[in-house]
Design a protein around this ligand. Structure first.
Ligand code: GDD
Ligand code: MN
Length: 381
C-alpha cells in the first residue's frame, strides 16, 4: 500500500478549496473515461485559479471506467466540484451545453479534462471577459504564439486544416481555430444561444459562433496544444462525419436538422445496397423478381438499421438485446413499407428492362416509411 493516501482513498485533492462560495467562473469539464485525469486536472485548476472564485462542473456520460465515482468522491469533500452524470446519452457538445446551463456564474469556460489544454490561460481569458468588451475568448493554436505542438498527429493536423477552411468558406466563421475545444464565454450569451445548438459531435465552439451570426464580440488568445496525460482520444470517424453534418445543416440555415441529413445519407447508402442486392438476387441467385425485391429490401433495411444506430441515432444508440428488439421493431413497422415498396416496384417492373427504376422507386417508398416509423418507434425518446 502507498505511504501517502491517494485521492481514491480520501477523496480529497491537495489545494482544492473545501468551502463553497458563489462562483464567478464555472469550468466545464466534459468527460468520457477520464477517471485518472480528473484529480490531476482539478489539482492544476486549483493552482491556476487560486485567486478566483471558481467551480468545476464535470459532465460525465456514464463512463465505464468509473469517472463519475472518482468525481463524486472528490465532490463530497470539495463543494468547488459539481458532477452531472448523464445516462443513455453520448456527445461532447451536448455535455458542454448541459454544463453551461447548470451554471449560475457570470462566466463559463469549456476545457478538455485530459490536460491537453493549458489551464494557466484561464486567468487571462477571465481578465478579457471582465473588461466587458468581449463576450467570447477562444484559446487558439493558430494565432501568433500558439501551436498544435505534439498534441496532433500529422493526419489530424491535415484534417483540422481542411475543417477550418470549410468552416470559413461555408459558414463565414472568422476564427483562426474554429475547432478549438477551449474557450470562455459570458454565460448569458451561451444561455441565449443554447436552443440553437446541436448536441451531437465535437463542434460546440463553431456551433456557438455561427449560431450567433456575428453578434458575439470575440477575442483569441494563443495556446499550445499538449499531449494527453492518460487514456485515449474519442474523436473518431463518426465524430468527423458529424462535423460535416453540422456544416451542411448550418449552411442550409437549419432548415433541415443534422439528424435528418444523416438519415438521408444513410438512406442513400441503403439505396445503393438495395440495388446491388437486387441485382445479385436476380442475376446470380436467379430469383423471381418479387422475391428478389423483398430480399433486397431486407438487406437494405438491416444495413440502414445498423448505420442509423451508429450515426443518426448515436445519442440514443441501442445496445445488445435492445438493439435486437430495435431491429425487430424496425422490421415489423417497415414490413408495411416493404409491401408499398414491392407494390410500387411491381407496377413499374411490368417492363423488365426498367428493373433499376422499379427497384429504386420501391426502395424510396420504403425509405420514407422507414424514417417516420423509426423515429417514432425504434429510436423513440
Ligand atoms: N461527456 C462527454 N461525452 N465527454 C466527452 C465525450 C462524450 O461523448 N467525448 C469526449 N469527451 C471529453 C473527453 O473525455 C475529453 O475530456 C474532452 O471531451 C476532449 O475529448 P478527446 O477525446 O480528448 O478529444 P481530442 O483531444 O481528440 O480533441 C480535442 O481537440 C480537438 C481539436 O484538435 C478536443 O478539444 C476537441 O474539442 C477539439 O476539436
Ligand atoms: Mn484530448
Amino acid at each position: 500500500a502507498p505511504l501517502i493516501p491517494t485521492y481514491e482513498e480520501t477523496g480529497s485533492v491537495p489545494g482544492l478549496p473545501v468551502e463553497a462560495r458563489a462562483a464567478e467562473l464555472t469550468v466545464i469539464l466534459p468527460t468520457f473515461n477520464e477517471a485518472r485525469n480528473i484529480p490531476v486536472v482539478l489539482e492544476r485548476l486549483a493552482v491556476a485559479l487560486d485567486a478566483v472564485a471558481w467551480e468545476a462542473v464535470i459532465v460525465d456520460d456514464n463512463s465505464p471506467d468509473g469517472t463519475t465515482e472518482v468525481a463524486r468522491a472528490i465532490a463530497a469533500n470539495h463543494p468547488t466540484v459539481r458532477v452531472i452524470r448523464r445516462v443513455g446519452r453520448r456527445g461532447l457538445s451536448g455535455a458542454c451545453i448541459e454544463g453551461m446551463l447548470s451554471s449560475s456564474a457570470p462566466f463559463v469556460a469549456v476545457m478538455d479534462a485530459d490536460l491537453q489544454h493549458d489551464e494557466t490561460l484561464l486567468p487571462k481569458m477571465l481578465a478579457e471577459l471582465r473588461t466587458g468588451q468581449t463576450d467570447l475568448v477562444v484559446a487558439s493554436r493558430n494565432v501568433e504564439g500558439g501551436s498544435s505542438g505534439t498534441g496532433l498527429s500529422s493526419i489530424r493536423a491535415w484534417g483540422s486544416g481542411i475543417a477550418n477552411t470549410l468552416a470559413k468558406k461555408l459558414l463565414h466563421v472568422d476564427l483562426t481555430d474554429p475547432m478549438s475545444g477551449f474557450f470562455m464565454v459570458r454565460r448569458e450569451k451561451a444561455e441565449e444561444l443554447a436552443p440553437k445548438l446541436s448536441a451531437q459531435g465535437f463542434k460546440i465552439l463553431l456551433d456557438l459562433v455561427s449560431s450567433a451570426k456575428g453578434a458575439l464580440r470575440i477575442k483569441e488568445l494563443p495556446f499550445t496544444f499538449k499531449e494527453r496525460l492518460h487514456g485515449e482520444s474519442k474523436l473518431d470517424t463518426l465524430v468527423t462525419l458529424d462535423y460535416f453534418g453540422l456544416l451542411l445543416a448550418k449552411y442550409f440555415g437549419n432548415i433541415v436538422s443534422v439528424r435528418f441529413l444523416m438519415f438521408g445519407l444513410v438512406g442513400a447508402s441503403g439505396l445503393v445496397v438495395h440495388l446491388i442486392a437486387l441485382r445479385l438476387f436476380l442475376v446470380v441467385g436467379g430469383l423471381e423478381f418479387n422475391l428478389a425485391q423483398t430480399g433486397a429490401s431486407f438487406v437494405a433495411m438491416t444495413s440502414n438499421f445498423f448505420l442509423n444506430n451508429q450515426l443518426t441515432y448515436r445519442d440514443r444508440r441501442l445496445h445488445g438485446l435492445n438493439a435486437l428488439i430495435g431491429l425487430l421493431t424496425f422490421y415489423a413497422v417497415c414490413s408495411v413499407g416493404v409491401l408499398a415498396n414491392v407494390g410500387v416496384a411491381n407496377l413499374i417492373y411490368l417492363d423488365p428492362s426498367y428493373w433499376w427504376f422499379a427497384g429504386a422507386a420501391g426502395a424510396i417508398m420504403g425509405a420514407v416509411w422507414n424514417y417516420a416509423a423509426s423515429s417514432a418507434l425504434t429510436w423513440r425518446k
